[in-house]
Write a protein that binds this ligand. Sequence first.
Ligand code: FES
Length: 375
Amino acid sequence: MANEPDWVDVGSVEDLARRELQMVVARRTRIALSFRDGRFGAVSGVCNHHGGPLGEGRIDGAGFIECPWHYWKFHHVTGVGAPGYEEDRVPSFALKVEDGRVYVDVASGTPRTKKPHAPHPLARTVVRAEGPVRIVGLSTTIMTRNHPRFSTSELLLEEALRHAAEHGYDTRLIRLRDLRFRACEGFYSKSANACTWPCSITQMDPRDELDRVYEALVHWADVYVIATPIRWGAASSLYFKMVERMNCIQNQETVANRILLRNKAAGFIVTGGQDNVQATVGQMLGFFAELGVQFPQFPYIAHSRGWSAEDMENNVTMVAESEALREGARALVDRCVEMASLMVHGTIPEHAHVRGGRKAHRMGSQMPEVGRQKP
Ligand code: FES
């Protein structure tokens, strides 16, 4: 038997016709209320994908509301998904206009249906596969494609990986400059829940190659050795481009209490012609600590020539010929492996993480005194 109609006055025609799309709340139901070509439409304001606010999106030329979070589309009157995704459908509601007022029948919602979407391979449960300690080396040095030059940080990284491989550990080298990947597009800035795991860009864009980094960091490696040059007192811009895209890993701790990186150890190789080793590595340590990564005692090696040294040719020669730096790189990876082995073999107890292990307090949006005012 059909539900009894439950008409709710959502506002005046004059007010609601001013905007092509807006969010209104009828009783407790969020409605994406549209007005196009002289006609109102009412569909659910909650997106099928991750619950994005459809009423805050925009309507395209074909009459589909584009969700502001990740751009899924639903027709503004029928709620049916865009061509090819018709099985994805958000509820649509009966609507009437009387005496200059707009009414929505909140009891009339059509069923919400979801087209099955295969989960992204990265979304699988994180389970460490048996085997020796696995080490990924990440080089963040930028170089002109097809015109290689000598990289001091990458030389030391390669030495560390070669040494680890010789001792029976699995190694993998990723040069970020070989990957084509988009910069973070700020989904978190729309809403913490709009920043997803796997990364929203990774799920939307099969050409984006940062999935290889995610696969290595989350699923494959026990140890990360990250190498960077010093650029204006900080790590390379490619390092920061990667790190911004790792917001999705950190954000899972915050919004879902889900720790994606368990029993991981990291070490850093930082080289620069002039200075700022400690500031550079300090940022890197702080970031990876936020992700729940552990560090061995003395978690980095570094080299710089100092403030007044502008002789970069000599810097290159010095590193290339330095057995001491190579020895340091080998010792660094040894320390990282020992730290990872302690965790992998269960010597360090697993803790029940409270609020992702990094927030001593609840998120602002979860506190009644600062809860969202918007519907
Ligand atoms: S597209 Fe709507 S929540 Fe992702």
